[in-house]
Design a protein around this ligand. Structure first.
Ligand code: TPP
Ligand code: MG
Length: 1034
C-alpha cells in the first residue's frame, strides 16, 4: 500500500468517522470516468461564469504546456483562473503571477515564473492561516499539493455519494467497494498520492467552492478530510454536481457542508420520533387485526411518514396551502391515516369483506383510492388541503395526472409561480427506474404551459421490485438517475437515520420553494416482508431476508438513540404507544358500526357546488348550446383579425377567407371550433387545448397563435380577445409525448368542472402510446373512483390513402369499452329525457362528427351537461377543407342543438315507403357515399343517415329511422376494415332497435390486420369497391 494511503488511513483513526481510504478510492475512479465527471463539474462552473469558456480552455491549454503541471490539473486551473478574474486575491500569489503572465500573452510553457527561492510553502503553517497569500513563492511540490487538496474536495463533492452509507442492511456497499478495489492506484493524482503523514497536520487554504470551513478560511488536511467525510460519505449521499448552475450548487453546498448544519433541535427529534411511532404502530395494528389481508405495508420504510410530514410542514410554513400527491401501493394506507388523516374507521371498514358498496360503479381496492382533506398544519399553524390522487395498479401512471391536477389548481388560484399549490410524487425504486412515463413527466416539469414549479419526488427505495434485484431492474447506478435529465438535485439518504431523513426533507422543501424546480429524495430502506403480506421473499432473496430478520426496526433504533440522549424514557414510550393503540381500537369499534362502503368519501377532487345535492343527483336539463347571431358574428370577426401583427401572407389569406365566411354566415371546421371556444370563454368557462402542434394545428387549419414575421416571439392569441371579462384560453404545443401529456390533461380536467379541457393527438393512432391513461383512467375512472372528467380527446381519423399508420384512431377499441348493452333498448320513462339520461349512465361519449355546426354544439354540450363525461371525437382530416363540410350560422343559432344523428333530408325522406335502402354511416365517408348516390341518380332509392354520436348509441333516434323506412334494406357502410371501425358496435344495436326483425348488411373493407393499405393505388381501388358495394343490386 502506498505511503499516502497509509497516512490517510492513520488520519481516519483519529479524525474521520467513515474510512477516508474508501473515499479516496471512490474519488479515484478510472481516468475516463474522472474526466467525464470533472468535465461535468467544470462545465457547471463555466456556465455560471462571466469568463468565456474558450478563454478558460486557453488558460488550461497553456497550463498543460507548463512543465510543473500535469494535464489532469487543467480543470482546477480553469477554476482558479475564473476565480482570479473575479478577484485576484482569491488565488495564491504564485497563481496570480502565472495568470498575469498568461493574460499578457506569455507563450505556453513560459508563463510559470520560478520563485526566487524554494523556501516558501503552498500550505499554511499551522496557526498562520493568513500567511499563505502573502508568501513570495512556492515549491513545485507544494503547488501540486495545493491543487491536490482542491481535487480532493471536488472529488468528494462529485462522487462522495458513492461511498456514503445509504443501505440500512449494508449490502449494497459490498459490491461498491469491490468495484473500487482495483481503483486504488488512482489517476486523480497521476497514480501518486501527494499527501504524506505530515501533510495531514498542514493547513490548506480552502477554495471558494467549499463551505466546510464555516468561518474558517483554512483547515488542516485531516480536518478537511474529516468534514468532507461527514458531509458526503455518511448517511446522506448528495448528488448535485451535474447541475449547471453555480448559484444552485453553492446553495446545496452551504446546506450540507456548513459545519453542524444538519443537527436537529430537540423538539424536532421528539416530533420525528412520535411520528415514527404512529407510522410503525399503524402497520403493526393492521398486521395484528388482519393477518391475511394484503395491505402493502410500509415496514422497513416507516420513515416515509415523518418525511412526508416534514415536507408538508416546511412547504406550509413557506406559504403552500394545497399539496397534491400521487403514490403507489406501498405504505398508502399509512399515508392516508397518518399524513392525510383520513378517519381511521373509514380505512378499517375497507377491510370488512362483508360490507357492500353504497355507490354505483365498481369501486376499487383500498390501496388505490384517493382522498382530499383540509386540515390545520400544527407546525405552520395554517390550513392546508392534502389530496392523494386515486390511481390504478399501473405504477407511475398517476404521475402526470397529479401534475395536471396541480397545474389546474395553480391556474384557478391565480398561483402563477407555484407559491400556493405544490405536488409530491412518491415512487418505488423499480418503477421509478423502469417506467417511461416518469421520464415523460420530468420533461413536462419546466415547460411553460405544464410546469407545476417544482415537484418533490420521494422514492421508497427498498432495493427490490417484487422479486427482482436492482441489478436486473435497471442499468443505471441509482434508481433515481432519470431525474438528472432535468438537473434535479438528488438526495440519497439512509432511511434508518431519521435525523438525516428529516434534514434532507427540510432542504428538499426549501429547494422547491426557492428554485421552483424538481428535487428527488431517495429513501434507501428495505422491505421487511414480501411484496405483499402473503408473499414469501426467502424464495428469491434468501440472504437479504436473513439479514432483515435480524435487523431492528427504525423506531426501535431511534427510541434507543433518544433514550441515550435523555429525550425520551421508558414511561413516555409506553404512554405514547398506549395512546395510539387506543385511538386505533376506538376506530375499529366505530368501523364495525358501518353498514355500507362509501366510495364517495374517497374523492380526490370533490366538486363542491357542482351537483345539486351531495348525492350527485342532478337536474337533467341541458343548457342551450346555440348562440345569438351577433355573438357568432363577433367571435368570427375576432378570429379573422390579426391585431397589429405582421403575419405571414398565407395566413393573411386564411384570415381573409374566415372574414368572408363570417360575412356569408358560413363556418368551416376550424371556425366552428373557434366559435365554440370563444363563446365558452366569453361565458367565463376556461378552455385549454393541449397536444403536439395544436397551436397551428397539424393540418394547418387552426392558427390559434399568430406569430409576428418581424418581431421574434411576438404572438397574438385572438381567442383571448373575445371580450373584457372572458375566461382565459390556453392553447399549448406539448412535448412529443402522449402518455404523459394525456395524463396531465386528464388531471387538469379533474380540478374544476366549469372548464373545457381538450387533448388532441397529432394523428389519432398515436393515442395508443397513452393507452394506459385511456384504459385505466378515462374509460372507467368514474366507476372505480367516482371521479368525473369532461376531458375531450380529438383523434384525427379517416382513410385518406396515407398508409396504415395515420388512418385509424381505432374506434373499435373505444367502442368495445363503452358500457351500454348491445342487446337491450334502454328505457328511461319520460322520452324527452332519453338523451341526457343515457349520457348520465355512460362511461364516456364517442362521436364521429360530419358537420362543423355539430362539432360546435358537441363542444358546447360538454359544458352544458349537468355532469361530466369524457368525450372522444374522431376528428376529420380532409373534411377540414371539404367544400361540402360547411355549416350555416342558422344551424348554430340559439335553440339549435347537437344532433346525435343527422337523418336523410333529401327526396328519399319524402317518400320513405318507397326507399329501397337505408344506409347508416358515420363521419367523412358520408360525403363519398352521398356523391356516389347522387351521381348514380339514386336519391329517391337510398336514404343515408349519419350517426354522429356513436356511443352511447342513439337507440331512440335510430328506432325512428327504422320505422320511417319500413321497406328499405338496412346497410352499415364504413371505410374501415370489417374487424375495425364502428360496425361491430353498431350492428347489434341496430338489430336490437329493430327488435331483431331486420338484418344489417355490411359494406366496407374486408377484415385485415393493418388498419389501411400502404399503397395509394390500392386505397383508391378499395374505396371504389366500397362505393360499388354500397349501391349493388339497386
Ligand atoms: C406498470 C406496471 N407494471 C407491472 C406492475 C406489477 N408490479 C406491481 S408491484 C411491482 C414491483 C414494484 O417495485 P417497486 O417499484 O420497487 O415498488 P415496491 O413494491 O418495492 O415498493 C410490480 C412489477 C405494475 N403494478 N405496474
Ligand atoms: Mg422496491
Amino acid at each position: 500500500m502506498q505511503q499516502a494511503h497509509k497516512a490517510i488511513l492513520k488520519v481516519r483513526h483519529f479524525a474521520v468517522r467513515t474510512p477516508a481510504l474508501r473515499t479516496l478510492r471512490s474519488i479515484s475512479t478510472t481516468s475516463a470516468n474522472r474526466e467525464k465527471h470533472d468535465n461535468v463539474a467544470s462545465n457547471s462552473s463555466r456556465s455560471a461564469s462571466t469568463t468565456s469558456s474558450s478563454q478558460q480552455q486557453a488558460v488550461a491549454a497553456a497550463a498543460k504546456a507548463e512543465p510543473f503541471l500535469s494535464g489532469s490539473s487543467s480543470v482546477y486551473v480553469e477554476d482558479m483562473y475564473e476565480s482570479w478574474l473575479q478577484d485576484p486575491s482569491t488565488v495564491h500569489k504564485s497563481w496570480d503571477v502565472y495568470f498575469r503572465n498568461v493574460n499578457s500573452g506569455a507563450l505556453p510553457g513560459e508563463a510559470y515564473q520560478r520563485p526566487p527561492s524554494l523556501g516558501g510553502s503552498a500550505v499554511v503553517p499551522t496557526g498562520t492561516s493568513s500567511s499563505l497569500a502573502t508568501q513570495g513563492g512556492l515549491s513545485v511540490e507544494n503547488v501540486d499539493k495545493h491543487l491536490s487538496v482542491q481535487a480532493l474536495i471536488r472529488g468528494y463533492q462529485v462522487r462522495g455519494h458513492y461511498m456514503s452509507y445509504l443501505d440500512p442492511l449494508n449490502i449494497s456497499r459490498v459490491s461498491l467497494e469491490k468495484m473500487n478495489e482495483d481503483l486504488l492506484h488512482d489517476n486523480i493524482f497521476g497514480g501518486k498520492m501527494p499527501f504524506s503523514e505530515q501533510d495531514m497536520e498542514q493547513e490548506f487554504i480552502l477554495p471558494h467552492t467549499t463551505m466546510i470551513g464555516g468561518q474558517e478560511k483554512s483547515l488542516k488536511l485531516k480536518e478537511i478530510i474529516h468534514r468532507l467525510e461527514e458531509t458526503y460519505c455518511d448517511k446522506i449521499g448528495v448528488e448535485y454536481m451535474f447541475i449547471n448552475n453555480r448559484e444552485q450548487c453553492d446553495w446545496i453546498r452551504e446546506k450540507f457542508e456548513t459545519p453542524r448544519i444538519m443537527e436537529l433541535s430537540e423538539w424536532e427529534q421528539r416530533l420525528t420520533w412520535e411520528r415514527l411511532l404512529r407510522a410503525t404502530r399503524f402497520e403493526e395494528f393492521l398486521a395484528k387485526k388482519w393477518t391475511s389481508e394484503k395491505r402493502f405495508g410500509l415496514e422497513g420504510c416507516e420513515m416515509l411518514i415523518p418525511a412526508l410530514k416534514t415536507l408538508i410542514d416546511s412547504a406550509s410554513s413557506a406559504g403552500v396551502d394545497s399539496v397534491v400527491m400521487g403514490m403507489p401501493h406501498r405504505g398508502r394506507l399509512n399515508v392516508l391515516a397518518n399524513v392525510i388523516r383520513k378517519d381511521l374507521d373509514q380505512i378499517f371498514c375497507q377491510f370488512d369483506s362483508k360490507l357492500e358498496p353504497n355507490d354505483e360503479g365498481s369501486g376499487d381496492v383500498k390501496y388505490h383510492l384517493g382522498m382530499s382533506h383540509q386540515r390545520i398544519n400544527h407546525v405552520s399553524n395554517r390550513m392546508v388541503t392534502l389530496s392523494l390522487c386515486a390511481n390504478p395498479s399501473h405504477l407511475e401512471a398517476v404521475d402526470p395526472v397529479v401534475q395536471g391536477k396541480t397545474k389546474a389548481e395553480q391556474f384557478y388560484q391565480g398561483d402563477t409561480k407555484g407559491e400556493k399549490v405544490m405536488s409530491i410524487l412518491m415512487h418505488g425504486d423499480a418503477a421509478f427506474a423502469g417506467q417511461g412515463v416518469v421520464y415523460e413527466t420530468f420533461h413536462l416539469s419546466d415547460l411553460p404551459a405544464y410546469t407545476t414549479h417544482g415537484t418533490i419526488h420521494v422514492v421508497v427505495n427498498n432495493q427490490i421490485g417484487f422479486t427482482t434485484d436492482p441489478r436486473h431492474s435497471r442499468s443505471s447506478p441509482y434508481c433515481t438517475d432519470v431525474a438528472m435529465v432535468v438537473k434535479a438535485p438528488i438526495f440519497h439518504v439512509n432511511a434508518d437515520d431519521p435525523e438525516a431523513v428529516i434534514y434532507v426533507c427540510k432542504i428538499a422543501a426549501e429547494w422547491r420553494m426557492r428554485y421552483r424546480k424538481d428535487v428527488v429524495i431517495d429513501l434507501v430502506c428495505y422491505r421487511r416482508f414480501g411484496h405483499n403480506e402473503m408473499d414469501e421473499p426467502m424464495f428469491t432473496q434468501p440472504l437479504m431476508y436473513q439479514r432483515i430478520k435480524k435487523h431492528a426496526n427504525v423506531f426501535k433504533l431511534y427510541t434507543e438513540k433518544l433514550k441515550a440522549r435523555g429525550l425520551v424514557d421508558d414511561a413516555t414510550v409506553e404512554t405514547k404507544l398506549d395512546e395510539y393503540e387506543k385511538i386505533c381500537e376506538t376506530a375499529i369499534e366505530k368501523a364495525k358500526t358501518e353498514t355500507m362502503l362509501q366510495f364517495r368519501h374517497w374523492l380526490d377532487s370533490p366538486w363542491k357546488g357542482f351537483f345539486k345535492d351531495p348525492y350527485g343527483k342532478v337536474d337533467l336539463k341541458v343548457a342551450d348550446t346555440g348562440l345569438p347571431e351577433e355573438e357568432l358574428k363577433h367571435i368570427g370577426e375576432v378570429m379573422s383579425q390579426a391585431s397589429d401583427m405582421n403575419i405571414h401572407p398565407g395566413l393573411k389569406r386564411t384570415l381573409k377567407a374566415r372574414g368572408e365566411m363570417v360575412a356569408n354566415r358560413t363556418v368551416d371546421w376550424a371556425l366552428a371550433e373557434a366559435l365554440a371556444f370563444g363563446s365558452l370563454l366569453k361565458d367565463g368557462t376556461h378552455v385549454r387545448l393541449s397536444g403536439q402542434d395544436v397551436e397551428r394545428g397539424t393540418f394547418s387549419h387552426r392558427h390559434h397563435v399568430l406569430h409576428d414575421q418581424k418581431v421574434d416571439k411576438k404572438t397574438y392569441v385572438p381567442l383571448n380577445h373575445v371580450s373584457d371579462n372572458q375566461a382565459q384560453y390556453i392553447v399549448c404545443n406539448s412535448s412529443l409525448s402522449e402518455y404523459g401529456v394525456l395524463g396531465f390533461e386528464l388531471g387538469y380536467s379533474m380540478t374544476n368542472p366549469n372548464s373545457l379541457v381538450l387533448w388532441e393527438a397529432q394523428f389519432g393512432d398515436f393515442m395508443n402510446t397513452a393507452q394506459c391513461i385511456i384504459d385505466q383512467f378515462i374509460s372507467c375512472g368514474q366507476a372505480k373512483w367516482m371521479r368525473m372528467s369532461g376531458l375531450v380527446l380529438l383523434l384525427p381519423h379517416g382513410y385518406e390513402g396515407m398508409g396504415p399508420e395515420h388512418s385509424s384512431a381505432r374506434p373499435e377499441r373505444f367502442l368495445q369499452m363503452q358500457n351500454d348493452d348491445p342487446d337491450s333498448f334502454p328505457v328511461f320513462g319520460a322520452t324527452d329525457d332519453f338523451e341526457v339520461r343515457q349520457l348520465q349512465d355512460a362511461n364516456w361519449i364517442i362521436m364521429n362528427i360530419s358537420t362543423p355546426a355539430n362539432y360546435f354544439h358537441a363542444l358546447k354540450r360538454q359544458v352544458a351537461l349537468p355532469f361530466r363525461k369524457p368525450l372522444i371525437i374522431f376528428s376529420p382530416k380532409s373534411l377540414l377543407r371539404h367544400p361540402e363540410a360547411r355549416s350555416s350560422f342558422d344551424e348554430m343559432l340559439s335553440g339549435e342543438k347537437f344532433l346525435r344523428i343527422i337523418p336523410e333530408s333529401g327526396p328519399a325522406s319524402e317518400n320513405p315507403e318507397e326507399t329501397r335502402r337505408l344506409i347508416f354511416c358515420t363521419g367523412k365517408v358520408y360525403y363519398d357515399i352521398k356523391k356516389e348516390r347522387d351521381e348514380r341518380g339514386l336519391t329517391n332509392d337510398v336514404a343515408i343517415t349519419r350517426i354522429e354520436q356513436i356511443a352511447p348509441f342513439p337507440f331512440d333516434l335510430v328506432e325512428k329511422e327504422l320505422e320511417k323506412y319500413p321497406n328499405a334494406r338496412i346497410d352499415w357502410t364504413q371505410e374501415e376494415h370489417k374487424n375495425m371501425g364502428f360496425y361491430d358496435y353498431c350492428k347489434p344495436r341496430i338489430r336490437t332497435t329493430s327488435k331483431w326483425s331486420r338484418r344489417v348488411h355490411y359494406t366496407g373493407r374486408q377484415p385485415e390486420s393493418a388498419p389501411a393499405s400502404g399503397s395509394k393505388a390500392s386505397h383508391i381501388i378499395q374505396q371504389k369497391k366500397l362505393l360499388n358495394d354500397a349501391f349493388r343490386k339497386l
